[in-house]
Design a protein around this ligand. Structure first.
Ligand SMILES: [Zn+2]
Length: 241
């Protein structure tokens, strides 16, 4: 597909909903546990896989190791919103992109200045005490040594993110479905059509076109109307050139 086609299709859209995949976050410098080098490094260091550590069970039974990992690997690699996010913000300013939906937990849409987004798995920028309900900014988690404890009641403060073994809040599932239902264009960035984020959303889509920009080729690509193979950060900004 050529860039002219992408430009035209996006200009003809008035209600784009973007499904933002994890590889966009990884391209922004955020920690990606799916990267095999990262996964290997974590296993070597802790003796457990990133998925095992980032679970509700681990959080409850081995909080010290959970927060060692959380501190160093997650909060240590927050990344910076890159060109794909900047282009989405511009498209939102032009009222073409109406919503960004992601499972990434690094607060990228908000940090890029995007106003309407849904973080299905929550964000490391929001934290709370499950006991007394006090809320804490990311700085509190960054400054805490070892296990972060609530200064009001002494309970373990946790990030507002969905850990493995936990359910995505129903309100977010409903909100994302209703966004997708209203879209005329689904813009899928940095994940395949088989990604959980896409599979969960696609059944609600009744619009005109599905645009996929993803580096890896996949047999499921044919379910999209327009397919571009490459990194979203390299391709998407091209609509403004
Ligand atoms: Zn508390």
């Amino acid at each position: 597909m050529d860039l002219g086609t992408l430009r035209r299709e996006i200009r003809e859209s008035s209600h784009i909903v973007c499904l933002l995949g994890l590889s966009v976050a990884s391209d922004c410098g955020c920690f990606n546990y799916r990267d095999s080098d990262n996964a290997y490094a974590v296993e070597t260091k802790y003796g457990y896989s990133p998925e095992e550590i980032f679970s509700a069970q681990f959080f409850n039974t081995r909080p010290k190791m959970f927060f060692d990992y959380y501190h160093e690997d997650i909060l240590g690699k927050l990344g910076t919103p890159g060109p794909a996010l900047e282009t989405l913000r511009r498209l939102e300013d032009e009222r073409r992109v109406q919503s960004v939906i992601t499972r990434s937990i690094y607060g990228l849409p908000g940090r890029a200045g995007i106003r309407r987004y849904i973080e299905m798995h929550g964000s490391v920028y929001q934290n709370h005490c499950p006991h007394c309900g006090a809320k804490f900014p990311i700085e509190f988690m960054m400054q805490a040594e070892g296990i972060p404890l609530c200064p009001h009641c002494g309970s373990v403060v946790r990030p507002d993110i969905v850990l493995d073994g936990e359910m995505i809040p129903n309100s977010l599932v409903t909100a994302s479905a209703s966004e997708v239902e209203r879209a005329d264009t689904l813009l899928i960035l940095g994940c395949s059509m088989k990604a959980t984020l896409v599979r969960n959303a696609i059944s609600y889509f009744d619009g005109k076109r599905i645009i996929l920009i993803n580096e890896e080729e996949n047999s499921s690509d044919r379910a999209a109307d327009l397919v571009f193979h490459g990194k979203p950060r390299d391709i998407l900004p091209g609509i403004y050139t």
